[in-house]
Design a binder for this molecule. Structure first.
Ligand code: GLN
Length: 483
């Protein structure tokens, strides 16, 4: 049962081959048995899951249908879940039970999805390896000595290990696409504003976007359908109609113009990954796509700009965690200042503290123009590059990451080495564009992802291309040994 995709589960439930309760019990037992190896969950919500599964079975018995009705999922632990710990991977929020559901959580629950639990993540979504979680590192099911990627490493590892078919995740600089690449999944970061951020604990508000992680593009379409849409509670949510993503999967790729940026194939890219990317280009050409070389000349400035803007926003967002209103409070504070200092010093891990300091520095009066303002100008240049490119092509294709998943601990003493791994993903966040990563092959037994980027609100185009690719390749069907 655990090998089924969301689409297969929906058919099985509709045909009464099994009930949502049976499926939920099977997956909960599998999580209990296998998750100790990979540490992908922070909290399990067995009681909620079983009551949601019973309710979904009852709705189906009453003749209701729906792709998510009775489908088991999990939420990255930064989506607020009412009455359930919402930790953000941090000691700071270890005792925080959210008083309300995030819009994404509420929408998926209303569609009948069953929440099995909350998944592990880098602390406050800062990281690319899922090693900065207060709840311990997540292991990659493809090789337990390697990282699963981050910050949505728990969601990715759980889906890759077939503990459940799909999970929610968020992407500020690559945290859906990069773990998807590292664990052989399909992950979609939607256009900024497509999915509500209400109740999604903020890291860098102008970059954060929630989206689906699943094994196939078909399943990403199903999960995104349940997540997307205008939300008056989120002032950056965009009031655009949501297309039927599943209906759009079968469009022909004949004549599709694919842009391949020449900057993507620089010295930093593992040549074995470059070869796999060229193979996926050939596969798409066979389906009728036309390839064109393009240029994104400002790409080289994106990492420094991102690592000023994201920490700047984080330093502001995280100022609310002060030991007074909610979250961790230190023992026996001597006075108010001591309470602030020690609550934050003890509650936040070292990567979060580093980002708060970098961000506060970049925003300080003396350095604002030199760093923050300059980074915002680069952000506009990065966006302009994409706008020019999309005048000539329909999608942009390249690697998701320059290297496959590294060994646990390999980059933990050198944060900049980890930041450099985000080179292909962060530009989409700076520009607000949608991006998708899908399986493209293996290097030393570790999965490799190919990334597709599209113009604003063209998530359907990304899913269409990925689905057609997956009908003609079988990388996404490979399963890690032992799972
Ligand atoms: N690796 C990037 C960072 O650490 C992206 C993280 C994310 O997308 N949440 O900021």
């Amino acid at each position: 049962m655990h090998h089924m995709t969301l689409a297969e589960i929906a058919r099985g439930l509709a045909d009464k081959k099994f009930s949502s309760v049976e499926l939920t019990q099977t997956l909960l037992a599998r999580i209990a048995q296998l998750d100790p190896q990979i540490n992908s969950f922070i909290s399990l919500t067995e009681d909620l899951a079983l009551s949601q599964a019973q309710a979904a079975d009852a709705r189906r018995a009453n003749g209701e249908n729906g792709a998510l009705l009775g489908a088991p999922i999990a939420h990255k632990d930064l989506f607020c879940t009412q009455g359930i710990r919402t930790s953000c991977g941090s000691k700071m929020l270890d005792n925080f039970k959210a008083p309300y559901d995030a819009t994404v959580v509420a929408k998926l629950a209303a569609a009948g999805a069953v929440t099995l639990g909350k998944t592990n993540m880098d602390e406050f979504a800062m990281g690319s390896a899922n090693e900065s979680s207060w709840y311990g590192a997540v292991k990659n099911p493809w090789n337990l000595e390697h990282v699963p990627g981050g910050s949505s490493g728990g969601s990715a590892a759980a889906v890759a290990a077939r503990l459940l078919p799909a999970a929610t995740a968020t992407d500020t600089g690559g945290s859906i696409r990069q773990p998807a690449a590292f664990t052989n999944l399909t992950g979609l970061k939607p256009t900024y504003g497509r999915v509500s951020r209400w109740g999604m604990i903020a890291y860098a508000s102008s970059l954060d976007q929630g989206g689906p992680l699943a094994r196939t593009a078909e399943d990403c379409a199903i999960l995104l359908q349940g997540m997307a849409g205008f939300d008056p509670n989120d002032s950056t949510s965009i009031d655009e109609p949501v297309p039927d993503y599943s209906a759009g999967l079968n469009g022909s790729l004949q004549g599709l113009r694919i842009g391949v940026p020449k900057e993507y194939f620089s010295a930093g890219l593992d040549p074995r990954i470059a070869e796999l990317i060229h193979n996926s280009i050939k596969a798409l050409e066979k389906l009728g796509a036309v390839i064109k070389e393009i240029s994104l000349p400002n790409m080289q400035h994106a990492i420094p700009a991102y690592y000023v803007i994201a920490p700047a926003e984080a330093s502001s967002n995280l100022s609310r965690f002060d030991g007074v209103r909610f979250g961790y409070r230190c023992e026996n504070p001597a006075n108010l200042e001591d309470l602030y200092k020690r609550s934050r010093g003890e509650g936040f891990g070292s990567e979060v503290q580093r980002r708060i300091m970098v961000g506060a520095y970049a925003l300080s009066a003396g350095y604002y123009d030199a760093y923050y303002l300059k980074a915002q100008k680069i952000r506009r240049l990065v966006k302009n590059d994409f706008m020019a490119a999309f005048n000539e092509v329909d999608i942009i294709l390249g690697p998701t990451t320059p290297n496959p998943a590294w060994k646990l601990g390999a980059k933990s003493s050198d944060p900049v080495a980890a930041y450099l791994e985000d080179v292909y993903t962060i530009t989409a966040n700076l520009a607000g564009l949608p991006g998708l990563s899908m399986p493209a092959g293996f290097v030393d037994g570790l999965p490799v992802g190919v990334q597709l980027l599209a113009p604003y609100f063209q998530e359907g185009r990304l899913l269409n291309v990925a689905h057609q690719y997956q009908l003609n390749t079988d990388w996404h069907t490979r399963t890690p040994t032992g799972f």
